[in-house]
Each structure stands twice: as C-alpha cells, then as structure tokens.
Design a protein around this ligand. Sequence first.
Ligand SMILES: *Cc1c(COP(=O)(O)O)cnc(C)c1O
Length: 417
Amino acid sequence: MTSSHSHLRDTDPAVAEAIAGEERRQENNLEMIASENHVSEAVMEAQGSVMTNKYAEGYPGERYYGGCEHMDTVENLAIERAKQLYGAEHVNVQPHSGTQANMGVYFAVLEPGDRILSLDLNHGGHLSHGHHVNFSGQLYDVEQYGVDPETGYIDYDEVADQAAEFDPDMIVSGSSAYPREFDFERLSTIADDVGAYHLADIAHVTGLVAAGVHVNPVGDADFVTGSTHKTIRAGRGGMIMTTDEHAEAVDKAIFPGGQGGPLMHNIAGKAVGFGEALEPEFAEYAERVVENAKTLADVFQDAGITPVSGGTDKHLLLLDLRDSHPDLTGEDAEDALDDVGITVNKNTVPGETRSPFVTSGVRVGTPALTTRGFDPDAMETVGELIVERLNAPDDPDVASEVQAEVDRLCAEFPVYE
Ligand SMILES: *Cc1c(COP(=O)(O)O)cnc(C)c1O
C-alpha cells in the first residue's frame, strides 16, 4: 500500500514523509515484536475518519452532548461484538490503552494503599501491574510473584503461599513476556481464598482468546482487561470486561473517573477489528500464529538457543542467550538483527543479571508476520536466519546473505497489497 495522503503531502510534507517512511519500514522489515501487528485497511479507514471530531462523553444512550447517534451505533457495535467474542456480561471499550484499562479496574474497586500481588516485570509482568515508576506502584502496596528459575513456569503453590502471607486485595495475572498460558482458574481460586479480586490482563493474547486457541479467563476472573492493537488487530486502544456486578463501578472509573471524551475514531476501529475477529478466517489466523511460534521454538531449540520454559503455548518466545551466546547481550542481539531487517526487542529473562537496558534475552513474536501470510515453512526460514545472524554477528557476508533473504521474504509476503 502506498497511501496517497494527498492533502497531507500538500500541507505538511514533513509528516507525510515520515508516514511514507514508516510504511516502507513495515513492508521491508520482518516485524517480530510480540506486541505488534498490522491492522486491516478497513480498521485504518475507521480510525482515520470524522469520528475523531466528536465529543461523546458518557455511554451509549446517556451522553453529555447532542448529536451522538452515530457514536452510539459504533460503540454499541464494538461492545456487542466483544461480548460475542469473549462471552462477557459487560464490556467497556473506552479505555485509551491497556494501561488505562487496568487503571479503570484499580479505580473501580481499590483504595490507595490497598495491596496488589502481580507478576514481576523481570519475569514477564507489565509496568501497569505495580512497577514503582508507574502510578500503580505509587498508589498501591505491591508485592510480586515470579516464575520458577529452573522450569520457567509459574509455581502456583508458591503464589498461594505468598497470597496467604501478603493478604492482597487484588491478584493480577497476565504478562508481556511469559510464554505459557496462565492457570486463570487456579488464580481465581487463590484470590477467592484470601478475599481478593482477580484481574486477568490478557493484553497480548486478546486475539488468541477471542479465537479460542488460548484459555479464556472471562467467567473465572472478576475483571479482564486487554489492549486492542496486539493479537486482536483492532487498532490502538484498551478494553475492560467484567460481570454485571462490577459494571457500574468500572464504567464510572473510566468516565468520569479517569478519562474525558472517548476516542471515538479508535472505538470505530475496535468495532471493525472485532467484527473481523468474528469471521472464521480469524480463528485460522490465531491457530497459525501459535503454530508459527512453536515452529520457531523448534528451530531455536535445535540450534542450542534455549527458549525460557522450553517453548511456548502462544505467540511469543523468550530466548535466553546466556548458555548459547554468553558474550552476546540482548541489546547486541537486537542491534544485530535490526541491521538485517529483523525487528525484535531485548528482554530481561528470569534470573537476569544484566541491566534492563542491556539484558540477556530477546523476545520474539509471530502475530505480525502471520498477518502478512507467513506459514510454518516461511517461519522456519526466519528462525534459521535469526540463528545464522546471532552465530556470526560480526560477519558482513552472513549479514548480506541474511538481508537478501529478508528482502525476498518481504517481497513474497506484502503487508498491504
Ligand atoms: C501491552 C500490555 C498492556 C497495555 O499496554 P498499553 O500500551 O497501555 O496498551 C498491559 N498489560 C500487559 C501485560 C501488556 O503486555
């Protein structure tokens, strides 16, 4: 796709050129950042529309402004489609992002100083789960659980012991870099036993859950939050799902509690993306995402690069480079791959010894490549290219060979035709 953007090119060539450059970057690189994806042109049309002009404070049928009939239509479509995808009793599609969705849940049922038990950031957790640089760490008293350093899996008996001792008001599950499914049911039981709420943050796996290829916490957890731009491909934003019991508290916490006017153009994008996710092709897509990630895991395993926990249940792998490449940091690996058109991010690994700016691992995800049509054969090639590059990060011949293969794959699988 080369967008015409004719008005923008006339009035603001600098921004137009940056957008065109980004289009080329996305087409010509292998995007393997696990939280990223390519939305459809239909989602982009909805997002880049007059819906951005309208104030619609309030909720469908109860707005503080006139002229909201079309706002009600798209917001109701987004809500109804999300209910169908996840089986939730109540859905709020107004959070500006996943972080705001989590904020909405905390504001709905917690008081400052209340206790949160969540997954450690170094073990795959998220800033908004109580990190000290985030409002969540500043407002609440936070303790964290981790993964077993030997197995890479969460030890739920230990979480239960920690919960009994810490007596949290809320247990948060969900992650950015944990390659395994959470046992949401078990965590809900642990939360019940200590009288805590359970918030399941499915930010990364919203698409996999919608398609039924990942366990769905709706029905077990009191609150389920997510980002809408990751595996679900519905454009940038967030969402909250809950039961009728907590519906009013959640809605009030988002508006007027934490946000003003909803981003109606993004809500239109969510409606379109959720509609796409209801089609049978989306389930095939989500299955392929996981199949591709497992294929990559096998390639790395064969090359002696251990994925944390030995593999993956979902769309991402966390590669611990310490055994196979003790001198190569996560930062080096990210740079070496970036040089040849493969975009990944450095990531801390369980038992990390280097700083978060350097790290000993990289996180690799398959959602974006799968959207552009990569199948397990193509993904195997990608895995081999990554291994080749990491094994010889200073060899210019290897670099040009890998770059040529990346170019060939990008041409074979265009993002936007
Ligand atoms: C991505 C992510 C979020 C939300 O991030 P936003 O950038 O605010 O949408 C929340 N929780 C987890 C676990 C995530 O991975």
